[in-house]
Ligand binder design. Structure first.
Ligand SMILES: Nc1nc2c(c(=O)[nH]1)N[C@H]1C(S)=C(S)[C@@H](COP(=O)(O)O)O[C@H]1N2
Ligand SMILES: [Mo]
Length: 387
């Protein structure tokens, strides 16, 4: 029985697999990766407990915007990456050069591409899984997604630098030009290069339109694949329910008291009725989840700063916010001093004119401007003033 001949680079004669196509798809992909990288750095900054530069509290919709963009560019990158890989993978079967020096350079270039492809696939796969709240892995999502982002952007910079001459030549010539094609790619294809680029663009646009309704309200009705698009009490989706957080009993216990702990040892306990008797303020602020969905709410409650005054906290004290939730990474968060002092930062009691639903954090929750949803602590039980 004769074995099939091993494929080589000439076994892929389609004219669609040309630098004219891969350079163009590469530009779109490069833009998506650059935007996702920059907005990802913003998200990491927003979640760092003690950054060297404080994260701003304005604009109030800033994190909603950057994180929406982060997830949208990541989603658009999926079809772009697939098409890009399809146009270049025959190179895997190219025969390596014989001469030692060339072989070394070839191996180095292959290594950088290997790192780039692996990092790109890792970022898109973990990002999508996170947006779907599916964690089929044991490592920390945030730290690994952040570390691999630097690997991906570094390998991308190397790749663009190495390919710059080809990229410039490909983009400078018409898309149907065969000047840069491999000698074996003479045969016609199922469609023109222009159609392939069109289909790829449409696929990327559809991927965004069907998911971006999670944060762009006027896309809600077409975003059939979006998660958490606004159903939920007060028009705000529910992320973690009271059942999932294990607070169904403690959150509605009549013996509930909020503990305010000053840095000087002063402690005050307040029931939900006590909180309702303090001056109330209403703010319009979004919950903007790292998963890319966001929804605006009208929140009413007590200014955080007014509560800190009850325990004589110094003007720009930072505060540790502790939840009734007994375990889980989000049960405690740190509220930096400039967020605690902001007049828009509330300990919210109501949403959309009704008492908070228990799944939204009853008896009270934190709501602050331009803050990732993950730090908007629900079911607050203690506020500890940090000196
Ligand atoms: N105690 C506690 N607070 C929490 C969470 C949590 O798991 N536990 N999840 C956070 C996340 S990730 C988000 S996006 C928001 C969602 O708030 P919502 O469910 O009211 O929309 O709550 C935040 N507050
Ligand atoms: Mo979230």
């Amino acid at each position: 029985m004769g074995a099939l001949p091993a494929p080589d680079v000439d076994s892929f004669p389609s004219r669609l697999r040309s630098p004219a196509v891969s350079a163009r798809v590469g530009v779109w992909l490069g833009i998506c990766f650059a935007v996702a990288f920059l907005t990802g750095v913003v998200s990491h900054w927003a979640q760092s407990p003690d950054p060297w530069l404080p994260f701003p509290t304005r604009p109030v919709w800033g994190y909603r915007f950057t994180q929406g963009l982060h997830v949208a560019t990541g989603v658009a990158a999926v079809p772009l990456l697939l098409v890009k890989l399809w146009t270049v993978y025959p190179h895997l079967f190219a025969r390596p050069p014989r001469r030692l020096r060339q072989l070394f350079l070839h191996a180095l270039e292959r290594l950088s591409i290997g790192v780039l492809v692996a990092a790109a696939i890792f970022q898109l796969a973990t990002g999508l899984a996170n947006a779907a709240q599916w964690y089929p892995w044991a490592f920390s999502f945030r730290s690994s997604h952040h570390a691999v982002a630097w690997l991906a952007i570094g390998a991308l910079a190397v790749h663009v630098a190495v390919k710059l001459p080809v990229i410039r030549e490909a983009l400078g010539a018409p898309v149907e030009s065969t000047r840069l094609d491999r000698p074996g790619t003479a045969r016609g294809a199922v469609m023109s290069r222009r159609s392939l680029l069109g289909v790829t663009g449409v696929a990327a646009a559809l991927a965004v339109l069907t998911t971006a309704g999670g944060t762009v309200p006027w896309l809600r009705r077409v975003s059939v694949l979006a998660t958490r698009t606004g159903e939920g009490p007060g028009g705000v989706p529910i992320n973690k329910s009271a059942v999932a957080a294990g607070v169904t009993r403690t959150a509605v216990d009549p013996a509930y008291r909020l503990t305010l702990q000053g840095s000087g040892g002063r402690t005050v306990h307040l029931s939900r009725d006590d909180l309702e008797r303090l001056p109330q303020h209403t703010v319009e602020l979004p919950i903007a989840c790292v998963e890319g969905w966001a929804a605006s709410g009208s929140w009413t409650g007590v200014r955080l700063r007014d509560l800190l005054d009850l325990v004589d906290a110094a003007p720009r004290s930072a505060v540790r916010v502790v939840s009734l939730q007994e375990s889980g990474p989000f049960r405690r968060t740190l509220l930096p001093g400039h967020f605690a002092a902001d007049p828009l930062t509330l300990l919210a009691l109501d949403l959309a004119g009704a008492p908070l639903h228990v799944d939204h954090g009853y008896p009270c929750r934190l709501i602050a401007p331009n803050r990732p949803g993950v730090l908007q602590t629900k079911w607050v039980s203690r506020l500890e003033v940090l000196a």
